[in-house]
Design a protein around this ligand. Structure first.
Ligand SMILES: [Zn+2]
Length: 468
């Protein structure tokens, strides 16, 4: 039996066993980037936590549908486009591209879909109309507001004390008229020179919060399993999503809410004025090692603050080197074809290691403890190689265990795609070896290909190969 994955649910602040609403299928929504600038490493820390969650769910055998939105219309994107004299799509396209480039470099697996807000305005309008019909909105000066007093559970995620802000208080940065300071815009009246969409409420654009409610429910249904983001999304963004969605459907919106803590630099909040604000390009310009960045993020569980320092990054790079060189060394033994029955018990030791590794992951994705299980295993295998007690079969078993863990960690170089021409060349070399009765060399070539996932089959019409 597969053990349960326990996750810390921000809703209720308690540990929750994941039990997908549709058995075997986890549906999750992750708040994506607002594409008005290049994301910073703090954003990437959150996206990486979501990738680790996704990979762990897949490793546990779940089917996963992950939706991550791209916010390509809001105050910031409109302001940025105006400043650069570009159309909104021209302006945001640059940052959509840099976002995908960054997540690829950090070896994040692709989500099932990345819906853009501008392509779902009709869905947002329909959701606002539903809220209107159910009496949760009011119009004011061409904008539509959500009246939070109509949703009794408002603030249940953040557990915010609503008495702290008084009714009718003015919000300095917001020039719109609203009845309560916590009421939020579902639809914003268009201003001259801004991109607008026609709607029954007048020309305008959707508020940020409604984007996520509309797109998550469109692709995942009205009630789904997991919603993630960074801690600063909890209030007001996620409380507003809950209010909009549950007020519209009358059903619970999300089972489990997960939030990643902030990343700080040298113990301080990142800020451009302090000069400690980094994008991935900034970091890689100083140390060109994306796997080290990935490892550094993995080394701290997602609910703890991550302190980014250059020393910590060096340490992470050294750890990645240790993993990679151990794996390469084991691969050599696997390819050697040397079989010595009764040698190092790789099977038992490997399954013991994987048991610890996945138990740590099941404990609210405790990546630091999972990594803590990996190094003693690598050390034992290394010792076995030194002592000559690891044979090829044992090495293959050990490699399988390391690769299973790396399915979640994602720090090993992906196995180089063997080119068909190169494989044919190896098959020819092996045939030549067999022709001169050099069985050891023929076996070595077969094992080397097997270690790369290429299986050879000798038949009457010659040798064929296939992927394992
Ligand atoms: Zn969102």
């Amino acid at each position: 039996m597969v053990s349960a994955l326990r996750l810390h649910n921000t809703l209720g602040r308690r540990m929750t066993d994941l039990a997908p609403l549709e058995p075997g299928h986890v549906r999750m929504y992750t708040c994506g980037p607002t594409v008005y600038n290049v994301v910073h490493i703090g954003n990437l820390r959150t996206f990486l936590f979501e990738d680790v969650l996704r990979r762990h769910l897949l490793a546990k055998g779940f089917r996963v549908t992950q939706i991550m939105n791209l916010t390509d219309v809001d105050d910031k994107t409109i302001r940025g486009a105006k400043e650069e004299g570009l159309s909104l799509p021209e302006f945001t396209a640059k940052y959509v591209e840099s976002f995908f480039r960054d997540i690829r470099r950090l070896n994040l697996e692709a989500a099932e879909r990345y819906p853009k807000a501008t392509e779902h305005v009709a869905d947002m309008i329909a959701l606002i109309e539903t809220l209107q019909k159910r009496g949760h909105t009011y119009a004011s000066d061409g904008s539509v507001w959500f009246r939070i007093s109509t949703f009794p559970g408002y603030g249940k995620l953040s557990q915010i004390d609503l008495t702290q802000t008084r009714r009718g208080e003015r919000v300095a940065e917001d020039e719109y008229e609203k009845e309560d300071v916590k009421d939020f815009a579902l639809w914003k009246r268009g201003k001259p020179g801004e991109p607008v969409w026609p709607s029954p409420f007048g020309d305008g654009r959707p508020g940020w919060h409604i984007e996520c409610s509309a797109m998550s429910m469109k692709y995942l249904g009205r009630h789904f399993d997991i919603h993630t983001g960074a801690v600063d999304n909890i209030f007001p963004h996620h409380d507003n999503e809950i209010a909009q969605s549950e007020a519209a459907t009358g059903e619970p919106f999300v089972e489990i809410w997960l939030h990643a803590e902030h990343l700080v630099v040298d113990g301080e909040k990142m800020s451009k004025s302090k000069g400690n604000f980094f994008t991935l390009d900034d970091v890689l310009a100083r140390r060109d090692d994306a796997a080290a960045v990935r490892y550094l993020f993995l080394s701290v569980p997602y609910r703890r603050k991550l302190n980014f320092t250059w020393d910590a990054l060096s340490g992470a790079a050294a750890a990645v080197d240790r993993i990679r060189s151990a794996a390469a060394r084991i691969e050599e033994v696997a390819a050697s074809g040397v079989e010595k029955p009764g040698a190092f018990g790789a099977g038992e030791r490997g399954s013991g290691f994987l048991g610890e590794f996945f138990a740590a992951m099941d404990d609210d994705l405790n990546t630091s403890e999972a990594l803590g299980a990996l190094f003693p295993f690598l050390r034992d295998v290394n010792t076995a190689i030194d002592e000559g007690s690891l044979d090829a079969a044992g090495a293959r078993t050990a490699l399988d265990a390391i690769r299973s863990a790396d399915r979640v960690l994602g720090v090993l170089p992906s196995a180089p795609e063997a080119l068909p021409a190169e494989i044919e060349g190896q098959i020819e070399a092996r045939n030549a070896a067999r022709g001169r009765r050099d069985w050891a060399e023929a076996d070595r070539i077969r094992a080397a290909l097997a270690a790369r996932g290429i299986l050879l089959e000798d038949g009457p019409s010659g040798t064929r190969w296939k992927k394992a």
